[in-house]
Design a protein around this ligand. Sequence first.
Ligand code: ZN
Length: 298
Amino acid sequence: MEQYKDYMLRAVAAEAQIRAFAVTARDLTETARRAHNTSPIATAALGRAMSGALMMAEMLKGPRDLLTLQIDGDGPLQGLVVTADNHGHVKGYVRNPAVILPPNASGHLNVGGAIGKGTLTVIRDMNLKDPYIGQIPLVTGEIAEDLTAYYAQSEQIPSAVGLGVLMNKENTVRRAGGFVVQLMPFAEETVIARLEENIRKISSVTSILEEENTPEHLLKTVLAGFDVQITSEEDVSFSCNCSKERFERGLLLLGKEELESIIREGKEIDLTCQFCSSTYRFSLEEIRGILEKISTSS
Ligand code: ZN
């Protein structure tokens, strides 16, 4: 079993005029990198999106609620999808994991260039028939700025989002994580001004994590000068809920003719989960069994 050291904090500051979230995500981003064999840019995009989704999902209320971030862009990454629950589990993939681009003007991984122009869609699935869906045009494709814009435009919550992934020379993940800070409607001007000043001073999330690799240190830096009260702490991990049974249900939906043609071809089939790259093999015997289930139920 993978031993995770990543965790997430939830906090309030300035007598609850500010609410804040911070997460470290090195281990879960490294797990995703290995599962999907992602290039450094793809790893950065995925790690940022997963860190953001974990904190956004933490705001959901119901135990079975899910939050999905879907980015569709015209860049070579072709977008990504990540889904998190509010128990600290996240899964996700980029559509083209092999993208390699030169660094951007500031010498960093060019995530914005890999994503390109497009849309950010936030889906909050609250176990109701219709999920809540918000969509905005991408601002920079760097993900943190796009999530900030989403909160401003779709939810009218003034927020600051910082996300970062730093790679080692041998292309493993060195640091990953982020923060979300939100102002409550009754926040006073002095609180807003100080928070803006703090945010302005931050050069990058990964430089803070290089000083000390904890969500506490992220919060302490972003909320410097405020009284900060941590209200919850939760372990976070890359975790997928796929199973062979789920894929069997998918095969059932293919229908009789399709399954008969698979059997005629005489080859077992391998189905791969998009979210975690786990592969499930179905033998001809098993496919025949599924076909029988259809035949007996119709
Ligand atoms: Zn899976």
